[in-house]
Structures are given as structure tokens and as C-alpha cells.
Design a binder for this molecule. Structure first.
Ligand code: NAP
Length: 275
């Protein structure tokens, strides 16, 4: 891996990290990232590759995935893979095909970052179009269920796999006008808790939910058009918690609800494991 991967946003972001993982903390890990072409997912893909992971880049816009793929192959010695996939239409067949491809390519899966998400309209429930409601629930809640369920056997081939569900403040406390987005994140939190409980002491797969908090991305700009993006933390400034959740240091953590804004590092008791 090049000593300096030429990733200035990561260099700047590190100034805000509360945890300093080793440069090879994800060496040879195989991690699937959904929504890897933009925003937080793109930042996670590049950061994980810089730290040694072979990333499987799933997203709906091929050109964006290719740009991330090119950057990773130019700047790291890892082996990224592109999976163009619209989670709006993912089904048993496409999920099984993905599992088969991962099985053939890597033989196991060490982690999933469920990150792709649709914001949907910000409108009162009374006026919320049912078609939009169904789409948001499909992408934000059903797709993570389907992918996790289908990929569980591959996760169980890993020595210690980690699944992270990307939540939101409005998925922990409902808020007016956030409609299906908020409800889908509550569903994701529920899925995470059920899976963590089902797998506690059974095998080596851990499940945690993470609220990145306000982060400078297209989704954030859409949700808060009046906000100055320069005042919002970059995705790279949040990557310490993302690395932590996929590396050895978090091995015993499962069933936790973590907020990236208040997380103080691995030793701080901000994350409460489920009992
Ligand atoms: N940014 C924030 O302030 C914030 C705060 C709290 C929680 N979050 C959560 O953090 C996660 C990442 O958000 P972000 O801000 O990085 O969002 P973003 O900039 O909008 O990126 C979302 C990514 O998901 C992909 N995606 C959307 N629908 C998809 C579909 N049907 N199939 C496949 N991929 C799809 C997008 O693909 P395209 O590139 O093709 O559009 C994009 O790459 C989300 O789960 C979000 O809810 C974000």
C-alpha cells in the first residue's frame, strides 16, 4: 500500500478522529458497502481500502462506482469489486447471485456496511404519497434485511464479521415531516437489535447501528438546503468510528446504538451493548 495515498480529505478528516486505528487495521478483510458511489459510502470505501480491505462496491450508478474503483486501484494494493445494483428492485434472485459471486471471489464476507438510503419527500404523513413510502421502505429497510439474510452464511465463514446498519437521529426519535425515512430507520434499528440478539453467543457475527449525524453529502444538502455545507463535518472526519466498527478492536461489541457525534472512542461508555 502506498505510504501516502493522496487522499487530502482523509488527511484533513483525521484531525477530528477520536481514535487512531493502525494503518493496516482492515488488512485482507472483505467488506460490502452499499451506496458506495457517493457521500459517506464513497468515503468509507476509499478509507477501508486505504486500511487494507478488499471492498465490494454496491450502488445504482455505475459511473460513480467506477470512479471509486479507479481511485482505489490507483492508490492501494487491494482488490475492489463493482456491483451495480438498484436496491429498489433487489430480490431473492439478485441477492443470491451476489452471494454466489462473493463466494466464488472471496469464499467469505467479513462485513457489510448498510449505507445506501433514500431520503424521500419531507412532508406530513397525511400527504405522504404511498408510492414514495414503499420505495423508501424498500431501499432503507427491506434491502438491508434481504442482503443480510442472504449473506449470513458467508458472514459466518469469517473469523469475526461485522454488520453495521446506518441509522439517523430521526430513526431513534421520530420527527415531524421525516415520514418514511424516519420509519425506515426505526425498522433498521429493530432489524439490528433482532439480529444481534439472535447471534449473541451463537457465532462470530456482530451487529451494530450507527448514526453518522449531520455529514456533508448530497443527502444532507437536500434535507437542509439553507445550511452552509462548510459548517457540516466531512464524511472523512467520521471515518474513525467506521473503521473501529469493522476492525478487531470492536470484536465484543454487538447490539449497540452508536452516535458518531457523541462517540468518544472505544474506551468511552457511549455505546450500550444489548443484554
Ligand atoms: N449525510 C447525513 O447528514 C446523514 C445523517 C444521518 C444519517 N445518514 C445516513 O448515512 C447514509 C449515507 O448517506 P449520505 O448522506 O452519504 O447519502 P448520499 O450522499 O445521498 O449517498 C447515498 C448513496 O446511496 C445510494 N443509493 C440510493 N438509493 C439507492 C438504490 N436504490 N440502490 C442502490 N444505491 C442507492 C446513492 O446512489 P447514487 O449515487 O446513485 O445516487 C448514493 O451513493 C444513509 O443511510 C443516510 O440515511 C446521513
Amino acid at each position: 500500500m502506498p505510504a501516502n495515498p493522496d487522499y487530502p480529505e482523509l488527511t484533513s478528516g483525521k484531525a477530528h478522529w477520536r481514535y487512531q486505528p493502525s494503518s493496516a487495521c482492515l488488512q485482507d478483510q472483505v467488506i460490502l458497502i452499499t451506496g458506495a458511489g457517493d457521500g459517506i459510502g464513497r468515503s468509507a470505501a476509499k478509507t477501508f481500502a486505504v486500511h487494507g480491505a478488499n471492498v465490494i462496491l454496491l450502488g445504482r450508478t455505475r459511473s460513480k462506482l467506477e470512479a471509486v474503483f479507479d481511485w482505489i486501484t490507483d492508490h492501494t494494493d487491494t482488490e475492489p469489486v463493482i456491483v451495480p445494483c438498484d436496491l429498489l428492485v433487489v430480490d431473492d434472485n439478485s441477492a443470491n447471485a451476489l452471494a454466489q459471486a462473493i463466494e466464488e471471489g472471496f469464499g467469505r464476507l467479513d462485513g457489510i456496511l448498510h449505507n445506501a438510503s433514500l431520503l424521500g419527500p419531507k412532508t406530513p404523513v397525511a400527504y405522504y404519497p404511498s408510492e414514495d413510502w414503499a420505495k423508501v421502505m424498500q431501499v432503507n429497510a427491506f434491502a438491508p434485511f434481504l442482503l443480510t439474510r442472504t449473506l449470513l452464511p458467508l458472514l459466518q465463514q469469517s473469523a469475526n464479521a461485522s454488520v453495521v446498519m446506518t441509522s439517523s437521529s430521526v430513526g431513534r426519535q421520530g420527527r415531524a415531516y421525516w415520514g418514511a425515512y424516519a420509519v425506515s430507520k426505526f425498522a433498521l434499528e429493530g432489524l439490528c437489535q433482532v439480529l444481534a440478539d439472535e447471534h449473541e453467543n451463537v457465532n462470530r457475527v456482530r451487529f451494530n447501528s450507527l448514526n453518522p449525524g449531520g455529514t456533508r453529502t448530497t443527502m444532507r444538502a437536500t434535507a437542509y438546503p439553507a445550511e452552509d455545507p462548510g459548517e457540516v463535518p466531512t464524511p472523512e472526519s467520521r471515518m474513525d468510528i467506521y473503521l473501529y466498527l469493522f476492525e478487531q478492536a470492536s470484536l465484543s461489541l454487538t447490539g449497540a446504538q452508536i452516535d458518531a457525534r457523541t462517540w468518544k472512542g472505544p474506551q468511552a461508555p457511549t455505546a450500550a451493548p444489548a443484554s
